[in-house]
Design a protein around this ligand. Structure first.
Ligand code: ASP
Length: 582
């Protein structure tokens, strides 16, 4: 038996007990007549002690040879510590070792395995297995496990069944590039890895499974934006005989369950806002509503004066930044530089200081009097002491720029608190989205999303105006889940494919199996998928998903530990009938 207890288990009540422990030598201290070793495993640290009085000279000598991260087993008795350590759970005891066995030696690790390590991100990724020994990463993985277990518990209690769907499939409809896998047995043919199990979960509904979920890997070959992974995990769900309302209720319930069980937070009913409202109020379809600073549209009060910039703008819109009226000229100039950065892209910014004495001081005093500016304050909800920041230009761009400024100001003011949770539903998304480069419409969610009842007729005339039965669950400025009520009849699906620019042949080739299935009695159905990595990170109060993934990829999609992707040898290539053309 390697161990009778774990390294996190022994307490004062064990004093006098003979125990055996196994783990890694985290640290040792040699005071000459006494040697201490901190023994570490997943559960904690236990101090081992060897001394001249009570240990044999051989044992003491062996203890002195134990270097960091050596795997050892000890036997000994639990004794009271002379100087107690309140910082660790086992801090009142130590183990007086009578037998020490080296189970495996360890090279000196390339960084210290401590909470505050000296290792940079790159080296820690290369030696991720060592990084996982550190509490911050280890605890994140345990945290993720707890979230996943609670998800399974809640959904299983609601009668959902976890069903696995295949990974070697063909192109899926989520709009990213596929990862492809050549088939050796079917020359010249390729599988695609699923971007999501979307079509399979719909087929499970046709198969009568009624309530499905799966915690599942999805693969999307996208250019990696910050904190994205080419393979990521979804909590994927689908239900039959449901309307949007049923889905929102069940998954609001799931989110509430997680916030309660994991974070001990009770949240009231989630607010719901439409996509149009979200864009108008926050310039963003995943608004962070932990703080206000809602947009105030100023066209009515700021146009038709002599200020040409505003008069020619499609939208004039502002936010009131709380307590920022005391910004100095220099600070405001810096802020203007910030909005002009290429990442934000504004041409400039107009500001109004709402002074404590009720007067206003603006950068456009030449064009607007106090009465005008008071109207701006009303429109943006500005109070005395606030700074109104105003941007103008083309509607979508201006909203995006002001949204970036809103988030930046919230960050600076400390309003994005990691332990505060503000979920909401964003509903009534547009069905289609215009790709400005190609001037064609794409499915905003995916091609199986149903239009709102009665709107399908609009598809020809005003494709951009058609709303979908599609919803996103947003938490603290992140989309943590999204889904839709699906099309479940072949005719509507064919109309959708046509509008998305598929010829009937292409639609048949890519999704014929689903259209076929719809002829055999497809129930009305809908679903949702949550991004588990992001959800776990947010519940854990952190920003980066990488910290919650055991073996993540870097920003170039590489696993630097196993050095993948990698070239393959000619024999393998020829088995697959592949010639490289680099
Ligand atoms: N398959 C969708 C996605 O991955 C989610 C859904 O519609 O259920 O975003």
């Amino acid at each position: 038996m390697y161990r009778s207890h774990t390294c996190g288990e022994l307490r004062a009540s064990h004093i006098g007990t003979e125990v055996s422990l196994s783990g890694w030598a985290a640290k040792s201290r040699d005071k000459g007549f006494v040697v201490w070793i901190d023994l570490r495993d997943r559960y904690g640290l236990t101090q081992l002690v060897f001394d001249e009085e009570r240990s044999t000279p051989e044992l003491l000598a062996l203890a002195r040879t134990i270097s960091r991260e050596t795997v050892i087993q000890v036997k000994g008795s639990v004794i009271e510590r002379a100087s107690k350590n309140d910082n660790i759970a086992t801090g009142t005891i130590e183990v007086l070792v009578s037998e020490l066995t080296v189970l495996n030696n360890a090279k000196l690790p390339p960084f210290t395995i401590e909470d505050d390590t000296d290792g940079g991100e790159d080296i820690r990724m290369k030696y991720r297995y060592l990084d996982i020994r550190r509490n911050p990463i280890k605890n994140n993985l345990i945290f993720r496990h707890k979230v996943a277990m609670e998800v399974r518990k809640y959904l299983s209690d609601q009668n959902f069944i976890e069903v696995e769907t295949p990974y070697l499939i063909k192109s899926t409809p989520e709009g990213a590039r596929d990862f492809l896998v050549p088939s050796r047995m079917n020359e010249g043919q390729f599988y695609a890895l699923p971007q999501s199990p979307q079509t399979f979960k719909q087929l499970l509904m046709v198969g009568g499974m009624d309530k499905y979920f799966q915690i599942v890997k999805c693969f999307r070959d996208e250019d990696l934006r910050a904190d994205r992974q080419p393979e990521f995990t979804q909590i994927d769900c689908e239900m039959a005989f449901v309307e949007q309302e049923d889905i929102l209720n069940i998954f609001e319930g799931l989110t509430r369950h997680l916030l309660k069980e994991i974070n001990g937070v009770n949240v009231a009913e989630f607010p719901r806002i439409t996509y149009d409202e979200a864009m108008a109020k926050y310039g963003n379809d995943k608004p962070d509503i932990r703080f206000g600073m809602e947009f105030g549209e100023l066209n009515a009060v700021a146009q038709h004066k002599d200020f040409g910039v505003f008069n020619s703008a499609e939208l004039v819109v502002g936010i009131a930044v709380p307590g920022a009226a005391n910004y100095t000229r220099k600070e405001i100039d810096k802020l203007i530089d910030w909005v002009k950065r290429p990442q934000v892209g504004a041409k400039g910014m107009v500001y109004v200081k709402c002074n404590e004495d009720g007067t206003y001081k603006s950068s456009v005093d030449k064009f607007y009097d106090q009465e005008d500016l008071a109207k701006w304050a009303t429109a943006t909800g500005a109070q005395k002491g606030d700074l109104i920041c105003v941007l103008s230009g083309e509607t979508n761009k201006t909203r995006a720029q002001l949204s970036a400024l809103r988030m930046e100001m919230a960050e600076r003011l400390g309003l994005r608190k990691a332990d505060e949770f503000a979920p909401l539903w964003v509903i009534d998304f547009p069905l289609l989205e215009l790709d400005e480069e190609t001037n064609t419409y794409h499915a905003m969610h995916h091609p199986f999303t149903s239009p709102k009842p009665g709107q399908i007729e609009l598809l020809d005339e005003q494709p951009g105006a058609v709303k979908a039965n599609a919803y996103d669950l947003v938490l603290n400025g992140n989309e943590i889940g999204g889904g839709s009520i699906r099309i479940h009849d072949k005719e509507t699906q064919a109309i959708m494919f046509k509008h998305l620019g598929f010829t009937p042949e292409e639609a048949k080739e890519q999704f014929g199996f689903l259209m076929d299935a719809f002829q055999y009695g497809a129930p009305p159905h809908g679903g949702i998928a949550f991004g588990l990595d992001r959800l776990v990170a947010i519940l854990g109060g952190k920003e980066t998903i990488r910290d919650f993934i055991a073996f993540p990829k870097n920003n170039s999609g590489r696993d630097v530990m196993i050095d993948a992707p990698a070239t393959i040898d000619n024999e393998q290539l020829s088995e697959l009938h592949i010639k490289l053309d680099l």
